[in-house]
Design a protein around this ligand. Structure first.
Ligand SMILES: Nc1nc2c(ncn2[C@@H]2O[C@H](COP(=O)(O)OP(=O)(O)OP(=O)(O)O)[C@@H](O)[C@H]2O)c(=O)[nH]1
Ligand SMILES: [Mg+2]
Length: 187
């Protein structure tokens, strides 16, 4: 469990990235609305640390949260929603690239995939990109509460097959499911 969680900055350029002392960082990536900010709140056991919304596009910059003064959680804007303008999409690519590339502090990228929707083409591209950059990646299936137990394994198999990765954590921020597994991994 984490005791102290501090919002540090919403960075819009590399210059503003706060971690100059080399603390470990953990980033949460995925489609808009997949549940990145909600997952950060669930892990830190705070309702309002990261801002969430039912409308996609809530998180607009790279948000850094300092946890117990020893590690950072990084919340980024989501990709791939229909109403997003082309320039926003390009901005997203640049932001994310500037964060992910040559970042020795980054220990794990959590790639969030909606359990019911499964991996989109954007998710597959993001996964490939993380592999290409040699970033240690863990797939997180989100919103598992939206799928009945009879269909859960089918959806999970679909995610594993499409991404070609057997290592996956099933979560629901709503029901606090799988959160302990993420904390253990970070530990
Ligand atoms: N049923 C259910 N809904 C969830 C869960 N996690 C998040 N949501 C809902 O999904 C919506 C989007 O959640 P966010 O955490 O804001 O998603 P995000 O990935 O940060 O979205 P962007 O900031 O737009 O990229 C909100 O309405 C949340 O309440 C979950 O585990 N179960
Ligand atoms: Mg968000």
């Amino acid at each position: 469990m984490f005791n102290k969680c501090e919002y540090i900055i919403s960075a819009v350029s590399k210059k503003q990235f706060p971690n100059k002392t080399g603390l470990n960082e953990y980033v949460f990536l995925g489609r808009s609305n997949v549940g990145k900010s909600s997952l950060i709140n669930a892990i830190t056991n705070r309702k309002l640390l990261a801002h969430t919304s039912s409308k996609p596009g809530k998180t607009q910059a790279i948000n850094f949260y300092l946890i117990d003064e020893k590690l950072y959680f990084v919340d980024v804007p989501g990709y791939g929603y229909a109403s997003q303008s082309v320039s926003k999409r390009l901005d997203f690519g640049k932001y994310i690239e500037s964060y992910l590339k040559n970042n020795p502090n980054l220990k794990i990228a959590f790639l969030l995939v909606d359990t019911k929707v499964g991996p989109t083409n954007d998710d597959i591209l993001m996964y490939e990109y993380l592999k290409y950059l040699n970033i240690n990646t863990t797939i997180i299936a989100t919103k598992a509460d939206k799928v009945g137990t009879t269909h859960l394994q089918k959806h999970i198999r679909n995610i594993k097959e499409k991404l070609g990765d057997d290592n996956l954590i099933i979560t629901s921020s709503l029901r606090k499911q799988g959160i302990d597994k993420i904390i253990k991994l970070i530990d």
